[in-house]
Ligand binder design. Structure first.
Ligand SMILES: [Mn+2]
Length: 387
C-alpha cells in the first residue's frame, strides 16, 4: 500500500506580513497532483489543518475545497486534529464526510477504533490519534498524572489491544500529533510543555508498522518507521534550511517500510542575512537572495536611518529586521535578543530571580515557577482546544 503522509498545513497562517493562502492553495494543488501521479492508495494528514481554533473564513473555504478534491480523487484520506485545531469545531460533520472516504478523527475516545483499508495482501488499520492535551484527556484514559507520555502510552495500549484482535497479517499505521524525543524544533510550533516535559520517547509507538507524525515543522526521520513530514510551507525564518516535503511511504505485505521524499512547491526562498546595512546593500554575493523573503540582522553600531526602506531597494521582500550591534572586544554583549536566544521561559525566569536577589531559585521555587508557566500554557491551550 502506498501512503502519502503530510501534516501541519496551518491554513490561514501568515508568514510575517505575507498572506500565505495562495501558497497554501498551491500546495493543495500539488498534493492532488502527487496522489494522481504516484498512484497513492491513502492520504494521511497528521494534524494542525488550521492555524487557529477559529480560522478565518478564507481558510475554511480552502479546507472545504481540499476536502472536495480529495473526495473526487476517490483515494481514502485519514486526518487528525492538532494542537492548533479546535478538535470539536473541526470534527463537526466528520460522521457525514466519512461516507465520502475522508476519515476525520478528532475524538480521543476513538483512538482504538481504526479506519480499515485493504490492499491486495490484507488489511491495513489506520489509527488516528488526535492531539491529546493531557489535562483534557486524562479522565478518558484513566491516568492519574497528566503528562504527554502517560496519555499517549494509554492511547497506544488501546491501539495494540485492538490490533491484537485483528486477523493475522493486518498491518498498522498510527497518526499522532506530538513532540517525540529526538525531533528538531523550529520557531513556529506552539510550546506544549506540561510539567516541564514536552517530548515523549518514540518507544511509546512500538508495535505498529508506520507512525505518521505531525507537530514539528521540519521533515525528519526518527526511525525508519517513525517520521515527521513537517509543514508544507515555512512559517518562520528558523526554517530557512528546511526542504519542505511529504513522505511517500510504501508498506509491503510484511509491513516493511520504504519511504521517499516528495518536495513541495517553494513559493519564494528564505534568506537570513547579517551585516551592516552598507554591507548588505553592496555585497555581490547576496545577489542570489534579492528575490527571497529576507530577514536582515543589522550589525551597525548605530542604528542607520530608515533601514527598512533602504534594504527594500535591493531586497523588496524584506519581512523582518533585527538589530544586533557589533561590540568592540571586551565590551559586554548587550544584545537582549542574543542573550535570550535558545533559552526557555523557565531559564529566563530563573536567571531573573538570580539577578534581582543574588541567589537563584531553590528546587522548591523552581517548582513554583514551572507550575506557573504550565498554568499559563494550559490555559492558552485549553482555550484554543475548547473553543
Ligand atoms: Mn503545527
Amino acid at each position: 500500500m502506498r501512503i502519502l503522509h503530510t501534516s501541519d498545513w496551518h491554513l490561514g497562517r501568515a508568514f510575517h506580513r505575507v498572506n500565505m493562502l495562495g501558497a497554501q492553495a498551491g500546495f493543495i494543488e500539488h498534493l492532488v497532483d502527487t496522489v494522481r501521479e504516484h498512484r497513492v492508495d491513502a492520504v494521511v494528514v497528521s494534524g494542525d489543518v488550521y492555524d487557529r481554533a477559529v480560522p478565518p473564513l478564507a481558510a475554511v473555504e480552502l479546507f472545504d475545497d481540499a476536502l472536495h478534491r480529495l473526495a473526487d480523487l476517490g483515494v481514502p484520506t485519514v486526518m487528525i486534529s492538532g494542537n492548533h485545531d479546535s478538535a470539536r469545531r473541526l470534527g463537526v460533520g466528520a460522521g457525514l464526510i466519512d461516507r465520502a472516504g475522508i476519515h476525520l478523527r478528532t475524538d480521543p475516545a476513538g483512538c482504538g477504533t481504526p479506519v480499515v483499508l485493504a490492499d491486495a495482501h490484507a488489511d491495513v488499520a489506520f489509527y488516528g490519534l488526535p492531539y491529546l492535551e493531557p489535562a483534557l484527556v486524562k479522565a478518558e484514559f484513566g491516568v492519574e498524572k497528566a503528562g504527554h507520555e502517560t496519555v499517549l502510552a494509554a492511547a497506544m495500549d488501546r491501539v495494540r489491544a485492538d490490533l491484537a484482535d485483528r486477523p493475522r497479517g493486518t498491518r498498522s499505521v498510527v497518526l499522532a500529533h506530538a513532540f517525540v524525543t529526538g525531533g528538531e524544533q523550529s520557531d513556529s510550533e506552539r510550546d506544549i510543555t506540561v510539567g516541564g516535559v514536552a517530548a515523549v520517547p518514540s518507544g511509546v509507538f512500538d508495535g505498529v508498522d508506520y507512525v505518521a507524525l505531525g507537530h514539528l515543522h521540519g521533515c525528519q526521520t526518527l526511525t525508519g518507521r517513525v517520521r515527521y513530514s513537517g509543514s508544507p510551507l515555512p512559517y518562520s525564518f528558523s526554517e530557512h534550511r528546511h526542504r519542505k516535503s511529504m513522505w511517500l511511504v510504501d508498506l509491503d505485505a510484511e509491513g516493511a517500510v520504504a519511504a521517499e521524499r516528495v518536495d513541495c512547491p517553494v513559493p519564494r526562498a528564505l534568506a537570513r542575512l547579517r551585516g551592516t546595512l552598507e554591507e548588505l546593500l553592496a555585497d555581490p554575493e547576496l545577489t542570489g537572495h534579492e528575490d527571497a523573503w529576507v530577514e536582515a540582522t543589522l550589525t551597525d553600531p548605530v542604528r542607520p536611518d530608515d533601514p527598512m526602506a533602504r534594504l527594500a531597494e535591493r531586497f523588496p521582500h524584506t519581512l523582518s529586521l533585527v538589530f544586533d550591534p557589533e561590540r568592540a572586544p571586551g565590551e559586554p554583549d548587550a544584545s537582549y535578543a542574543r542573550r535570550l536566544a535558545d533559552r526557555s521561559d523557565q531559564q529566563i525566569a530563573e536567571d531573573f530571580v538570580a539577578h534581582v536577589r543574588g541567589a537563584g531559585p531553590d528546587p522548591n521555587e523552581q517548582g513554583v515557577l514551572r507550575d506557573a508557566f504550565d498554568a499559563v500554557r494550559a490555559d492558552d491551550t485549553l482555550r484554543e482546544v475548547a473553543r
